[in-house]
Design a protein around this ligand. Structure first.
Ligand code: RP5
Length: 163
């Protein structure tokens, strides 16, 4: 099976957050690979990964990083694939540093920045799937079903005191 989404992260310590991207892609039946690729600790690997991703069949890159979070921006500098950046909640500044590092790209090199932490990682998976679904009606139907199920579960129990 061709791998369509590349999930990369700056450190093993980012995995508990980035696992939510993988979980969403699993739920929607989208193939992906997962790899630690650090902008600072393994810069050559990062360049190689980003430069070769398209030729390997990857369609979207999801990059999660915390602190001085240069991974998504540097990946985007090396490929024209869409790059979705997930700011990981850092220990020192709760992810505000990660968010600002990822979101404030200079005009001309695009990164789609998601929310800090688990919700951002989850939505990165969803958004990656939605990008792929622009040319995959079967996947689009699975996304629509996921959204309908989510809506139904809220409507089914509107009382916030009941689990
Ligand atoms: C970043 O530094 C990583 O993305 C991670 O969020 C942060 C801390 O990394 P570790 O010191 O936990 O490896 O590059």
């Amino acid at each position: 099976m061709t791998v369509l989404v590349g999930i990369i992260m700056g450190s093993k310590s980012d995995w508990p957050t980035m696992q939510h991207t993988a979980d969403m892609l699993d739920k929607l039946g989208v193939s992906y690979e997962v790899k630690v690729v650090s902008a600072h600790r393994t810069p050559d690997l990062l360049f190689d990964y980003a430069k070769t991703a398209q030729s390997r069949g990857i369609k979207v890159i999801v990059a999660g990083a915390g602190g001085a979070a240069h991974l998504p921006g540097m990946a985007a500098s090396q490929t024209s694939l869409p790059v979705l950046g997930v700011p990981v909640k850092s220990r020192a500044l709760n992810g505000i540093d990660s968010l600002l590092s990822i979101v404030q790209m200079p005009g001309g090199v695009a990164v789609g920045t998601l929310a800090i932490g688990d919700a951002g990682a989850k939505n990165a998976g969803l958004l990656a799937a939605q990008i792929l679904a622009t040319s995959d009606d079967t996947l689009l139907a699975r996304i629509d079903a996921f959204r309908a199920e989510q809506t139904d579960s809220v409507l089914a129990q509107p009382d916030p005191r009941i689990e």
